[in-house]
Design a protein around this ligand. Sequence first.
Ligand SMILES: [Zn+2]
Length: 306
Amino acid sequence: MVIDAHLHCTGRETSDDVLRSLDEAQIDVGVLLAPFLGDGYSLDDAASLRRANAHLSALVRGHRDRLVGFAVVDPRSPEAAHDLRHAVETLGLRGVKMVPTGWYPYDAQVQPVFAMAAELRLPVLFHSGIFIDGRSGRFCRPAFFEVMRDHPGTRVALAHLGWPWTDEAIAVGLIDRIHGVPPERAQFRFDISFGPPPPYRREVLQRALEVLGAGALQFGSDCFLPCPGHEIATRRRWVQELLDELALDEAARAQIWSGTAAAWLGPALEPRPGPTAARSPSSPSRAAGHAAGWLGGSRPMAPLCC
Ligand SMILES: [Zn+2]
C-alpha cells in the first residue's frame, strides 16, 4: 500500500480528477488538505477556510477508503476550535493541517485549537521549515512544535523534515525514542516531501533514517491538485531512487510508503480490502536495520543530559 500523506487541494479539483491522478500514480490513499493558497482561499481569512473545508468535505464524500480530508483552520481565529469540531463532526474531515505564519506554535492564543485536536484525537500536520514562496519561515522552526507535548493525544507530523532545520526536527523526534516510545505511538513523525533541494536530500534522509528510523518518516508528494498522475509519480520516483541508493530493506520501505502514515492516521484510515491493508501496528518496532533507527526499536536509552 502507498499513502500520499501530503496533497494540496486548490478548490479546482473534482473527486474524479483526484482519484484518476491517484490511480495513475499508483497511490492507494491520499491525505487531502483543504485549499488555503489562492483561488479565493487564504490562511488569514477564517471564512474562506470554512468554505475550503466544505469544498473538501464534498470532495471526499463517498470515497473514504481512498481520500482522507484534512481541515485547515487559522488558529488565531476565536472561532477556530469550533470550526475544527464542525469540520470533523459535521463535515466528516479526519485531521487538520496548520501553517504557522503570523503566529508561533507556542502562542497562548493558538492553544485552544491544539486542545480541540487532542480532544478529537486527530492526526495533525504542520508546515515546518522554510517557505519557498518568500514568506518568512521564522514561525516554523521544528523546536517550536515541542509545545504539542502539552496536548497529549495529538499525533503530529512535521512536513518537509523541517528543512533547513532538519537536525532540529530529528532532535524533536528523538525525544520519544529516548524515552522508549515506539515510533507508531510517538507524538512526532515527519513527512519527507521536499523540502530539501536535491543536493541535500540523500544526506538528510540518511541521517533521519539512521537516527529516527523509517517508522518516523512518511511519504508525501506535496503536489497541488488537480494535477496529472505523472507529477505525483515523479515525486514518488525521487523517493524510490533515494531508497535504492540507500539500499533500504523492504521493512523500512514499507514504513515510508504506508506504515508510518497508517499509524499517524490511526482510526482516520479506513480498512481497505486486500492483504496489504492488514499491517500490524506493532510491526515498526520489530523491524530491523533502517526501519528501527539509532536506538534499535523501543529500547530505552540512559539519560544523556539533564
Ligand atoms: Zn505542502
